[in-house]
Each structure stands twice: as C-alpha cells, then as structure tokens.
Design a protein around this ligand. Structure first.
Ligand code: SAM
Length: 323
C-alpha cells in the first residue's frame, strides 16, 4: 500500500480524537478570562453538544487505521469523560485492533468511571492537574472540584491503569506548584510532565505574560533535586529527566524547544474534521467520505502537508482541536 509519508519521513501513527468541545472546567489557558464569571457551578456531567455518534467515530477511526496502521488512539476534548457513550466507544476502538487506547482528562469524573473504562479497553490516562493548592487550582480552573480529581487519580492507580500527570505552568499563577506537584507524583511513582503554556486560542500572539519556559521549570526543580536528561524517544512529546533514585519527570517545551521533525500525530475533532498540525487552523472534513478510502487518502495527504517544522501557535483553542 502506498505510504502516507512526507519528505521528512513523517507519517500519522497517533490519532488524537476530541470527543466534545465541552469541558466541566474553565481553565484560563483554554477559555478567555472575560468570557466567564470568576466562579461557576459545576456543569452537567454529560455533554449536550452535538458530536459524532459512537458508530460514526468508530467508522472513521477504523477507516483511518486501515490506511495508517495506527499505533495509538488518544481520547481527549474538551473533556472526554463528558461524552455520553464513552464505554461503547472505547470497546468499538478496541475491536478495530488498535492496541493502545489512551485518554487525556481533567480527572473529575474518574472516580465513577475509571474501572469500567479499563474493562472496556482503556490502557492509560494523562490527568491534567495544575495545582494542589485549592486557591491556585480555583484561580486556574474556575472550579472547586480538586478533591474529586485527586480521588480519580488514586482510584486509577488502584485499579492498575497507567497514570501520568500533566501540569501547564503559568508564571505568577502556578509556578509555586511545581515542587509540591512533583513531590505528590514522586511519592506515588507516577510521571509528571510540566508543559510550557502554548499560544493557542485566545492566547495566540498573547501568551508572554504567563510564559514560564523550560529553563525556569528546570531551575525551580534543581532547587530541591538533582537530575539528568534522558535521550528523547522517537516522536515523544516530552523530554524526560531522571533523578538518582530512578524517578523520571518530563517537560513539554512546545514554545522554547518544539519537536516537530518527527511528529506523528493526527487530530480528529468532534465533527469529523482532521487536522495534521497543531499550528494549522484548516479543518479537513472526513465524515462524508467514510467507505471511500481513496478520498480519505487524498485528505490525509493534504493534512500531512500542513505539518510545520516549528510550532507557531494557532487561533484554535485546545478545547476544540483536542489537547
Ligand atoms: N479536558 C481534558 C484535560 O483537561 O486534560 C482534555 C483536553 S485539555 C485541552 C488537554 C491538555 O491541553 C491539558 O493538559 C491542558 O492542560 C492542555 N492545554 C490546553 N490549552 C493549552 C495551552 N494554551 N498551552 C498548554 N497546554 C494547554
């Protein structure tokens, strides 16, 4: 079969699927400050937004897998645990033969859902956690459900799902949380990755005020720990560092040191559009071409041609394109 590959040898092996644009947190990097009151009640636990239905999602993913031989599907959003038929969707993806089914989640609904999700075929989760301090957590997320998220993390560890924590570091908002979060994860022996804030959505062209670069993240950690850098794995999003006792943490420095030269990610949004690059706003619709592999291949080639060599930001929020 003709390979979908660009002149730099890049292809699509990881598919990130945004199941819904809705989220039950209102984090400052995703949602414009001015669009929200400072405090909001929790939103309903089920998204009311129209996304592709489960069988359509499975059909699109199956078709992409037959062309690309995908290694990983990562469910994201918005908040993927708000998607109504999450369990049948995970089962449907497992039935396509894709081995690794992962999810990026804010964790608030995990206490009720993680056990069933694991049984359905979910292999690992990344939980976004930007603070352990309740005041700082509220400043960033504009919600007060930190306790549920922490319970979700403990429950996931307990049932044996592989857990990683993601923390977006923002200057003067949560840079004081780096060391407490690192200690929390080290104690549980789960990796944490600190992310530089990226110029996406309402932060496009306007992210400097809260930018806390990799260098400052490492300086903060070096106040308390020694560590050395590990050789980065092919197509990995994070650079990892190891401490003398073997504990590893990562940094995702999309702004100061982006790794685009071996990026293998393709994004599918909740309306059936694909995006080949985080820095490109052009949506390419696939849902009308299910069952037409030649048409799908053409659109995959178009998406691959959008891949840049350096992250340059996007007007699309991660909320819709899928983090
Ligand atoms: N709701 C889920 C969650 O909270 O993990 C999944 C979607 S969220 C958009 C996925 C990831 O994108 C989160 O780890 C979030 O912190 C990150 N993210 C969103 N906007 C970002 C930005 N402008 N810069 C860096 N990370 C961002």
């Amino acid at each position: 079969m003709e390979a979908i590959e660009d002149k730099f040898g890049r292809s699509f092996k990881t598919l990130r699927v945004s199941l819904t644009n809705h989220c039950n947190l209102g984090c400052v990097y995703c949602v414009d400050d001015s669009a929200q009151p400072s405090d909001l009640p929790d939103l309903p636990a089920i998204s009311t937004e129209q996304s592709l239905g489960t069988s359509d999602f499975v059909k699109v993913i199956e078709q992409l897998h037959s062309i690309l031989q995908l290694e990983t599907v990562r469910l994201t959003g918005g908040e993927p645990t708000l998607y109504r038929d999450l369990l049948p969707l995970v089962e449907g993806i497992r039935n396509t033969g894709i081995r690794k089914i992962k999810m990026t989640t804010n964790g608030s609904l995990l206490p009720a859902k993680i056990e069933a999700l694991q049984k359905a075929g979910l292999t690992s989760i990344n939980v976004s956690l930007d603070a352990l301090d309740t005041t700082v957590f509220h400043k960033i997320s504009r919600r007060r459900n930190l306790v549920k998220i922490l319970q979700g993390i403990e429950k996931s560890i307990q049932v044996g799902v592989s857990v990683k924590i993601n923390c977006v570091v923002m200057k003067e908002l949560n840079d004081t949380e780096i060391l407490p979060l690192l200690a929390f994860c080290k104690e549980r022996n789960i990796p944490i990755r600190f992310l530089e804030v990226m110029q996406m959505g309402h932060l496009y062209g306007n992210f400097e005020a809260h930018f806390f670069p990799e260098e400052s993240i490492l300086d903060t950690i070096a106040r308390q720990y020694t560590f050395t850098e590990i050789k980065r794995a092919h197509a990995a999003t994070a650079k990892y560092y190891v401490m003398p006792d073997g504990y590893k943490f990562g940094v995702i420095s999309n702004e100061s040191d982006p790794f685009c030269n071996d990026c293998n990610r393709l994004r599918l949004d909740s309306y059936g559009n694909i995006f080949g690059c985080l820095s490109n706003n052009t949506a390419i619709n696939l849902s009308s071409y299910i069952g037409q592999p030649e048409e799908i291949k053409l659109r995959l080639k178009e998406a691959l041609a959008h891949k840049k060599m350096k992250f340059s930001g996007s007007k699309l929020s991660m909320l819709s394109i899928g983090g």
